[in-house]
Design a binder for this molecule. Sequence first.
Ligand SMILES: C[S@@+](CC[C@H](N)C(=O)[O-])C[C@H]1O[C@@H](n2cnc3c(N)ncnc32)[C@H](O)[C@@H]1O
Length: 402
Amino acid sequence: MAHELSTKSTLMDASLAGPLGVVVLKEGREKTLKLGHPWIFSKGIERFSGVNGQLVEVFSYKREHLGIGYVNTKSNIRLRMLGFLETQRENLLERLIKNSIKKRENLQINSNALRLVNGENDGLCGLIVDLYDRTAVVQFGTLGMELLKDEVVQALKNSLDIKAIYEKSTSISRKEEGLLPQKGWLTEEKSEQPIEIFEHDVRFLVDVVHGQKTGFFLDQREMRFYLRSYVKDKKVLNLCAYSGGFSLHALKAKALKVVSVDISGEACRQMQENTDLNGLENHEIIESDVFSFLQNTTEMFDVVIVDPPAFIKSKKDTSKGVRAYRELNRMALRRVQPGGVLMTSSCSYNLEESLFDTILLEASLMEKREVKLVQRHLMAPDHLKNIAFREGEYLKTVVLLC
Ligand SMILES: C[S@@+](CC[C@H](N)C(=O)[O-])C[C@H]1O[C@@H](n2cnc3c(N)ncnc32)[C@H](O)[C@@H]1O
């Protein structure tokens, strides 16, 4: 029976062969693709013929054409799709990129810095594109997307009025894909650093080459806007402040005083420059580890923001990371005046929302503080979310009335 099936499959595959490689899925494995989830794991593949990383046409076991994707035989995520049930190869990347950009136009984001392509969520698996005024910063996270680099660059040039494209492919996922980190300009023209951007009425200088992430934490933009409603005449503490995103919005919204803490000297220098650029005062910038800062201060604040780096980088770090989140939030809670606000985030992909809630509950019980949840938030809206793809969720923010 098995032999019959495989002979039949080979004959049918020959008729499927076009200029692209071919993937045939195991029986029933097309269901998740049809729901919009773009990945197939190694166990879901019946047959693959083609070149590793290059484009393939994807067929169900019953030979229904499901779309186009690419395979990496080194990765457990064996197949990633491009687009949603897209079967036309011609101009595929340009069509998908233009579509992503168009979707953002309707969001009316009050900034010239935004995410234009959000990887799997936009049907462009392995590709991130962030725009800073007229400079695009791109990240290629997979072998398949790496091989499409020239096409992506051309598609971006055709779709946007941009001056330069900078590649910052430094994500850890590249290692799993058998790729080394890669950085550099992909256009002849380079943008002078830093680049000035605006968010609402606040100006920021962003160094896309030397800064963290693609230069700025775009994913927290709407939380920075939201914070403004809480801070008038209030004392604000911003823990893990980077280049002062939350701090500057708070000062613009007439906070009495902001204290910002970050371990990075470079981030603190950038924060001071951004403060000066906006002509803002009453900003105390402290270069320190947040844990030691919190151990040594007794000052109380009306609003405290906690936005640390990912403490749980992989599943094996979970218990250590949970302890770090609990401890940091406990220490932060001690600094919140009764009736004040704690805005706390986790950008650990491996920390589920419900576990984050539990951590916050434990921290509040340990501190004997009764807290109420006022708001929840995921990523900023330009980080469009494919609901079928839970793996795309990493950032979560909770606002607590303390
Ligand atoms: C997620 S970013 C914060 C982004 C910021 N909220 C914004 O809106 O731009 C995390 C920041 O934490 C800083 N950081 C990392 N470990 C730290 C530590 N132990 N103490 C203080 N800051 C730390 C990093 O330098 C980085 O700037």
